[in-house]
Ligand binder design. Structure first.
Ligand code: S3P
Length: 199
């Protein structure tokens, strides 16, 4: 399914009087590339009264560079460090925040300790794993590949299926809640999440 950015903006013009504040002040959407984290985050903003931050946008602004150039010029390890620093800064923001993370957030050992008690992401954010089944995810990633400027995740050792297989248990482990969005529209997914996090 292709999402048209323009129509989303028009349709989701905020109506602040109807918005509610979710019960956690820091909420993070996690999940693989192509699952629709950004689209669902935008839909959530129809219902929630909080600040939406895209971790990738935050890093791009802080470094005045695209994710693609950061990765191409400095490598993945460097990008992952920027990711951890940004995550820490965002966790200190005073106020409610919905964080739209990049799909690789769970692969960063600096903030992803396997011990739940010291896992930075999980102790500072209420994390929602947007699960989509492999077939749908892989076909969406294939479409994204053709029309989006994002650094490729694949290399000679890892193809996309390997990466997905490696990350799935990490998403599960890092999640406070798992929402299956395989057969769900973005707005329906958003409504389910709102319901889940009602005071
Ligand atoms: C990444 C996913 C990207 C971005 C970066 C790394 C990954 O975000 O953070 O290219 O490792 O899966 P999306 O999940 O929005 O593609």
């Amino acid at each position: 399914m292709k999402y048209k950015k323009k129509s989303i903006r028009k349709k989701y013009k905020p109506n602040n009087s109807e918005k509610i504040t979710p019960k956690y002040s820091k909420i993070a959407l996690i999940g693989f590339r192509g699952a629709g984290k950004t689209t669902i985050a935008k839909h959530l903003m129809r219902y929630w009264n909080l600040e939406l931050i895209s971790l990738d946008d935050y890093i791009q602004k802080e470094n005045s560079s695209s994710i693609e150039s950061i990765v191409n010029q400095n490598g993945w390890e460097y990008f992952r460090k920027l990711e951890t620093n940004a995550l820490k800064k965002i966790s200190e923001i005073n106020g409610h925040v919905l964080l739209d993370t990049g799909g690789g957030i769970v692969e960063n050992s600096e903030h992803m300790s396997s011990d739940e008690k010291t896992n930075f992401l999980k102790t500072n954010f209420f994390t929602i794993y947007l699960y989509m089944n492999d077939d749908k995810l892989l076909s969406r990633i294939h479409t994204l590949k053709n029309n989006k400027q994002r650094p490729s995740l694949e290399n000679s050792q890892n193809n996309i299926t390997d990466i997905l297989r490696r990350r799935k248990p990490l998403y599960q482990k890092s999640a406070h809640a798992i929402v299956d969005i395989t057969d769900t529209s973005p707005d329906e997914a958003a409504k389910r999440i709102v319901e889940l996090l009602k005071e």
